[in-house]
Design a protein around this ligand. Structure first.
Ligand code: FAD
Length: 483
């Protein structure tokens, strides 16, 4: 499910059921869940083990927050629906409005995709800034209380463990206490303990899908000329295990990402890091690192071993009074940048699940539809991961065709803006992957002769493409002068 098909926000559909909800985790998924729940109940308490700062700073509980975070259009549109004016607030706080047609350079299959023709605005910032503005807006919603420095310890259940009735918490320097609730939402991210908790209380744990990719990210901050909004994505792509990305963010900076899969991890020493960047098939990242001063020598590192998805929708028994959202439900290879958008679409799914009168079966209604949101991101992330021969995991039927089709689509997109438009709408979770099989797109992908030996009409953003293994980079256009 994507922005095109998700049920949109409609406050009038929700009736107040009363009661108290505890959301565990004040990351993006927890904050968005709290926002839609506040329409339906009297009180929502969001707890987080971290202090929740008023400033946009990286938090310990979100170790990925120093890494590049792209907010695609699906996520931004939902944030705007739930918090009118959010996009403008992001820009006012220093976020960057990128014109995707002009400023986004996506490299795949040996060349840059042609510039798109359809409007493709992007709102770029650091993860701490997205989250801090969100936190501020959530704190202003009637009925919501944020409690930082408050660690979730356990769920409280009735005697036969059929209904979750609250949580046990521990606040800084105090003893454990209970917090009763009619509904508890697990938004604790990848460290979620719900699967093991279920097992301990006589439930089957959710069937789990895992695709190991042994990915690691690094992040460096560069000084950026204020009016330079270029954004670059050279994603690892089988058999090339390395990639990089560049995102303009607030305070006149670029966040520069390097990544590598299957153990080919980016280093954290500046010199070795530059050498890693120089090994990418196009020199843009390496040129940026050479030309612009780094804000500090610190290079943040983040390992991401596997895509993991819990199939709660397949469980026959699940306790009442409990939901699981965001990364706690599924987390996937972040190189496509879809986690926050998935969390946002899940919030709309929860909103619609709350529109049904009955409180019973809320979890079933939510998990069934949330699975459709996760499917979209999972398909893209694990599909690309499984195209590496080193990746362990069951290849779904049709994988070979999908690999062939997408690589042909990317090669033809080097000269065909319609294909760039179609792909970026899928990447940004506006349209479903199936939209790439529409006759008008399929014809452009499959027509004879287009994917061989073509010259690339788009100037690469600096330097020559080095990847000689791909046929259609053979004749490159004149290089753009300097970055
Ligand atoms: C390296 C990396 C890069 C990424 N890049 C992108 C990107 O470009 N674009 C994108 O959209 N997404 C990206 N993501 C995904 C994105 O970070 C998440 O999918 C999204 O933020 C939703 O996460 P969440 O809120 O479910 O969990 P988290 O953000 O992990 O938040 C979980 C919260 O739960 C709290 N918590 C945990 N345990 C407890 C406890 N016991 N008690 C109380 N509180 C607790 C934590 O402190 C934290 O605040 C990336 C992820 C990674 C790892």
């Amino acid at each position: 499910m994507t922005l095109a098909t998700v049920p949109r926000y409609d406050r009038d559909r929700i009736t107040d059921r009363g009661g108290h909800v505890v959301v565990v985790g004040a990351g993006v998924a927890g904050l968005l869940a709290a926002r839609v729940l506040a329409d339906a109940v009297d009180e929502v308490t969001v707890i987080d083990r971290d202090p929740l700062p008023g400033e946009p700073v990286a938090r310990r509980g979100v170790p990925q927050s120093r890494q590049i975070h792209i907010l695609w259009e699906a996520g931004r549109a939902v944030l705007e629906e739930l918090f009118p004016g959010y996009s403008e607030e992001l820009l006012a706080a220093g976020g960057v409005n990128i014109d995707g047609r002009r400023d986004l350079y996506l490299y795949s299959q040996g060349g840059y995709l042609a510039a798109g023709t359809k409007p493709f605005p992007l709102y770029a910032a650091t993860r701490p800034l997205y989250e801090q503005l969100l936190r501020r807006r959530v704190a202003d919603v009637d009925g919501i209380t944020l409690r930082g420095g408050c660690r979730f310890v356990d769920y409280c259940v009735d005697d036969d463990a059929t209904t979750v009735q609250g949580v046990t918490i521990r606040e800084t320097r105090s003893r454990r206490t209970g917090l009763s609730a009619d509904l508890v939402v697990d938004a604790t991210g990848r460290t979620s303990r719900t699967p093991t908790w279920l097992e301990r209380h006589g439930y089957r744990p959710p069937p789990t899908e895992e695709v190991r990719i042994d990915l690691a990210y690094s992040a460096t901050c560069l000084e950026r000329p204020e009016d330079d909004h270029r954004m670059v994505g050279i994603l690892a792509e089988a058999p090339r295990t390395r990639g990089g990305a560049v995102l303009p963010v607030e305070d006149g900076r670029w966040l520069v990402n390097l990544h590598g899969v299957h153990g080919d991890h980016p280093p954290t020493e500046p010199e070795a890091s530059s050498a890693f960047a120089a090994s990418l098939p196009t020199p843009i990242v390496s040129d940026l690192l050479a030309e612009f001063p780094t804000v500090s020598d610190e290079i943040a590192f983040y390992p991401f071993p596997s895509n993991r998805r819990y199939r709660y929708e397949d469980l026959e028994r699940f306790p009442d009074g409990l939901l699981v959202v965001g990364d706690a439900l599924a987390s996937f290879n972040p190189i496509y940048g879809q986690g926050m958008s998935v969390a946002a679409l899940e919030a709309l799914v929860l909103h619609r699940a709350l529109a049904t009168e009955a409180r019973e079966q809320l979890a079933r209604r939510f998990f069934d539809r949330a699975a459709e949101v996760v499917d979209t991101a999972w398909l893209l992330a694990t599909g690309a991961d499984l195209s590496f021969s080193q990746t362990q995991g069951t290849r779904p039927r049709g994988t070979a065709f999908v690999d062939w089709y997408l690589s042909r689509l990317f090669r033809n997109a080097h000269i065909d803006s319609v294909l760039t438009d179609a792909f970026t709408r899928v990447l940004s979770m506006q349209d479903p992957p199936s939209s790439l099989l529409r006759p008008g797109v399929m014809w452009r992908v499959c027509r004879p002769g287009r994917s061989r030996g073509v010259s690339m009409p788009r100037d690469p953003p600096g330097g020559r493409v080095r990847d000689r293994s791909v046929e259609n980079t053979a004749r490159l256009p004149r290089e753009r002068t300097r970055l």
